[in-house]
Design a protein around this ligand. Structure first.
Ligand SMILES: *[C@@H]1O[C@H](CO)[C@@H](O)[C@H](O)[C@H]1NC(C)=O
Ligand SMILES: *[C@@H]1O[C@H](CO)[C@@H](O)[C@H](O)[C@H]1NC(C)=O
Ligand SMILES: *[C@@H]1O[C@H](CO)[C@@H](O)[C@H](O)[C@H]1NC(C)=O
Ligand SMILES: *[C@@H]1O[C@H](CO)[C@@H](O)[C@H](O)[C@H]1NC(C)=O
Ligand SMILES: *[C@@H]1O[C@H](CO)[C@@H](O)[C@H](O)[C@H]1NC(C)=O
Length: 413
């Protein structure tokens, strides 16, 4: 297998296993529970929606499986998805968050205040003048991001924070016990470098420079939150600093496309490329059908938006709102890829990381290719027509909303 980002191989295996176990478990119990809730609430029409969405979640998790339904965004859907998770792992039956989610004022936790206040307290010399101003401004920005997310969650996924957390919902979260950090991995938003930093923080490497890309992903000693027992998961979610780094959704999508389909790839070409070409290209050549190489951006988008995808979702293009469960996990620190180094270093100083540890700037994948910028992103999207662009925007709409990215094209609504 060729190197792939962010532990794809293990995630694929785990997903396959999960798919099987999910399929083999009778979902009856779940439906009874949901049925109760729904009876009290909106009534039987909603049950149909839930049924459909459950089917979707199960299938979306595995490449090779058909996705039966589109992933649009009614709030009901998310409630149903969370409900499914709570049940299909029996271990996960403790409510993690006791804080109420009513109203739109985000509770500023003690930990959070400390995080913002202590930033740079640990730095070797106290910041002066302009630097101090910048830090205060960044702290305010971070607080505004958190507040916005809380508001959006209260509006679109009410009640989610009171739900039980399952292992699957924390499956993308990495643990660093020494610095008491939880990091949700978002592929194409700096995750390789984050893994390097976590390894140095945890003492399994001396320097981020010593860690090659593959080691960051496959030979890493990082543990995932899902690998702990229930109590260990809950403890860490309560007391650790929870970190999420995101990226402009279309840019992340184009970055993933270029990475996986524009250079040789022994996993993505056969597993995704072949079915995509065979479904969306009229008159495909035998070679293209055999190798799966040369998928165009338009074909890729057709696959992404297809309610009956010939092959499932993938973490590299899955919306962050689904990958990292931000409404449930309530991240303390929401950083942006667009100012990755500044914000990552701010975080490192505020958790008291060694002063000689700074966030690295390695570009692992296709180092010779130009980094995906907003200009490049616009070029790729100009290959689509207005309808396709709108549908792609709808697909990532929650990510745009939750993380306050402005709409990338004027004609979108
Ligand atoms: C870190 O460096 C020390 C001394 O240079 C060395 O003994 C140790 O093995 C190194 N640790 C790792 C994980 O490479
Ligand atoms: C930071 O300094 C310590 C001790 O001086 C050293 O062992 C470590 O390798 C350095 N780490 C980095 C990331 O340079
Ligand atoms: C496919 O090939 C046939 C025969 O060469 C041709 O008539 C047809 O127009 C082609 N279709 C497309 C979509 O290119
Ligand atoms: C845009 O492209 C899709 C195919 O992906 C096509 O079905 C649709 O008719 C096109 N819309 C417009 C407005 O051209
Ligand atoms: C969203 O971003 C814009 C700038 O793009 C900013 O002016 C606004 O204050 C932000 N909104 C929130 C709620 O953070």
């Amino acid at each position: 297998m060729s190197p792939v980002d962010c532990s794809l191989q293990d995630s694929v295996c785990v997903r396959r296993r999960r798919l099987l176990s999910a399929l083999m478990k009778p979902p009856c119990l779940l439906f009874y529970r949901l049925w109760f809730l729904l009876l009290l609430g909106a009534g039987s029409v909603l049950l149909l929606v839930c049924l459909q969405d459950l089917t979707e979640t199960v299938f979306q998790q595995s490449p090779g499986a058909q996705v039966l339904l589109s992933s649009r965004w009614p709030a009901v859907k998310d409630a149903a998805v969370q409900g499914e998770d709570g049940l299909h792992l029996q271990q996960a039956s403790i409510s993690v968050f006791s804080e109420p989610s009513l109203g739109s004022k985000p509770p500023v936790t003690k930990r959070h205040r400390k995080l913002l206040k202590s930033s740079y307290a640990a730095a070797s010399s106290p910041p002066t003048g302009e630097e101090a101003l910048q830090q205060r401004s960044l702290a305010r920005t971070l607080e505004a991001r958190r507040r916005l997310l809380t508001d959006i969650c209260a509006k679109y996924q009410p009640g989610v924070t009171e739900q039980r957390v399952s292992q699957r919902q924390v499956s993308r979260v990495y643990v660093e016990d020494r610095s008491r950090l939880l990091y949700c991995e978002v592929p194409k938003a700096g995750c390789s470098n984050w893994k390097r930093v976590l390894m140095v923080l945890g003492g399994s490497a001396n320097n981020t420079r010593d860690i090659p890309h593959d080691a960051a992903h496959y030979a890493n000693r990082l543990r995932r939150l899902e690998s702990y027992k229930r109590a260990g998961i809950i403890d860490r979610l309560r007391s650790y600093t929870k970190v999420l780094f995101i990226r402009e959704p279309f840019e992340r999508l184009v970055s993933a496309f270029r990475d996986k389909f524009e250079s040789p790839n022994s996993y993505y070409h056969p597993v995704f490329g072949r079915p995509i070409i065979s479904r969306y290209r009229a008159n495909a050549t035998r070679t293209a059908l055999r190798t799966g190489a040369g998928v165009t951006f338009r074909e890729f988008i057709q696959y992404l938006l297809d309610v009956r995808r010939p092959v499932g979702m993938d973490i590299h293009w899955e919306p962050v709102s689904q990958l990292c469960n931000p409404c449930l996990l309530r991240y303390d620190f929401i950083g942006k890829f667009e100012s990755l180094e500044e914000e990552a270093n701010f975080l490192l100083r505020s958790i008291g990381a060694p002063t000689n540890l700074t966030f690295p700037d390695f570009k692992d994948r296709n180092p010779l290719a130009e980094r995906t910028s907003s200009k490049i992103t616009q070029e790729y999207f100009s290959q689509l027509n207005a309808t396709e662009r709108q549908k792609a925007f709808d697909f990532y709409y929650m990510d745009y909303l939750m993380f306050n990215y402005s709409k990338p094209f004027e004609d979108l609504h």
